[in-house]
Design a binder for this molecule. Structure first.
Ligand code: ADP
Length: 410
């Protein structure tokens, strides 16, 4: 019997999942249960092609009242398609958990104590941690004998030094209320950093990298000797780069001004900055494909949104070059970083004097997979590495489950 690992990303109204073969980490099935809690939900399940068996996609509209029901349906569809017969086929379940605070610097086997700690960290990520926890609790009820592992989005950034993670606020806010920079997308930054090192055939521990995760949410990380020393997202994912709908860095006093002038309340301000700003706020759409297309057709607002997006990245790039002193590679990833050549071009434009020398021809090649885009002979690499957070969670889950410590605890 082949043991399998199930990776779960449980959101407030969705469960995304991938099933891996534990031995070679090949994806066996993947899917998403959406619109949980609405009148009609939806399941999309993909069985991967293997050997002489063709892949298939199953798409079903079905009410999913809550996460518990979602999990039952997931179990059914996995059994029906032959992916697993019973939960005994699972060696483990890996959960993406957004916020690990300062407690979790590494992935952990989930115990009752871990569940409680994740719950206590919920005020730091009120939209995410409770949903992640629901997924954990439902999975534990569904497969009580299967060991479960939590992999945290914040963990990779826990190596930041104090001078990078503290805000210039009274220290008591850090000590009593945990106000500090945590950073997010850590699993992705770590994954692409490792992949970049593997591609360049150099030990990660000797490499200085700037990783750019540019998706709907966007963040950058400065990595020295394989460890994160700074990142652009802060106490929450709102800080830093301009994103699809988030403003990134703004003068915090704008918030007081808006409250005074318009009478906006906390909730409205939260929605304004997190959901109505960024690319959407500047030009009306948050999807970079549409922004870039409109910019190409001469739409001035879309052009401005694209320019502002890239200018903000360039400022962080300059900052992180200064932080690191020596940089071996820039690594672009995420939907935009991997696919939007125009963004890479604008970010790198004019930086030849700093050693960043993008080859326009290589940049435009729509090749898949890891690739290098710097001009021939240049020392500083400019790379595109497709991210794969689910694979990284599967790897970390297997690593935790097979470590000696885990075996002892079993
Ligand atoms: P998420 O943060 O939701 O995981 P993704 O990493 O999938 O997001 O990135 C989504 C973003 O990537 C969207 O803005 C989308 O427009 C952009 N994107 C995807 N493909 C392309 C492309 N070919 N050209 C430009 N942008 C793209």
């Amino acid at each position: 019997m082949i043991l399998k690992v199930l990776v779960l990303n449980s959101g407030s109204s969705s469960i995304k999942y991938q099933l891996f073969d534990m031995n070679d980490l090949a994806v066996l099935a993947a899917g998403m249960i959406e619109r949980i809690g609405e009148a009609m939900g939806h399941i999309k399940h993909r069985v991967m092609a293997a050997g002489d068996r063709a892949g298939e996609t199953i798409s079903r509209a079905v009410p999913v009242v809550d996460h518990r029901r979602g999990f039952e349906l997931l179990g059914q569809i996995l059994a029906e398609t032959g992916a697993i017969s019973t939960t005994d086929d699972l060696a483990g379940i890996g959960h993406r958990v957004v916020h690990g605070g300062e407690t979790f610097r590494e992935p952990v086997i989930i115990t009752a104590e871990v569940v409680e700690t994740i719950r206590k960290l919920s005020p730091l990520a009120p939209l995410h941690n409770p949903a992640n926890l629901t997924g954990i609790e439902v999975a534990m009820a569904y497969a009580p004998a299967v060991r479960q592992v939590a992999v945290f989005d914040t963990a990779f950034h826990q190596t930041m030094p104090e001078h990078a993670f503290l805000y210039a606020l009274p220290r008591t806010l850090y000590e009593k209320l945990h106000v500090r920079r945590y950073g997010f997308h850590g699993t992705s930054h770590y994954f692409v950093a490792k992949e970049a090192a593997a591609h360049l055939e150099r030990p990660l521990a000797e490499m200085n990298l700037i990783t750019l995760h540019l998706g709907n949410g966007a963040s950058m990380a400065a990595i020295r000797g394989g460890r994160c020393v700074d990142t652009s997202m802060g106490m929450t994912p709102l800080e830093g780069l301009i994103m699809g709908t988030r403003c990134g860095d703004v003068d915090p006093a704008i918030i007081f001004y808006l409250a005074r002038e318009t009478g906006m309340g906390l909730r409205e301000l939260d929605i304004l900055l997190n959901q109505e700003s960024g690319l959407k706020g500047i030009c009306g759409v948050n999807d970079m494909r549409v922004v870039a297309e409109r910019a190409g057709q001469g739409d001035s607002q879309a052009g401005l949104a694209l320019d502002m997006f890239c200018y903000r990245i360039k400022k962080y790039l300059g900052a992180y070059l200064a932080v690191l002193g020596r940089v071996d590679a820039l690594v672009f990833t995420g939907g935009i970083g991997e696919n939007a050549a125009i963004v890479r071009e604008k970010v790198c434009a004019g930086l030849e004097g700093l050693g960043i020398d993008l080859d326009p021809g290589k940049n435009l090649l729509a090749t898949q997979g890891p690739r290098e885009l710097q001009r021939d002979g240049r020392k500083m690499k400019i790379m595109v590495i497709p991210t794969n957070e689910e694979l990284e969670i599967a790897r970390q889950t297997v690593a935790v489950l097979t470590s000696r410590a885990a075996a002892n605890r079993k």
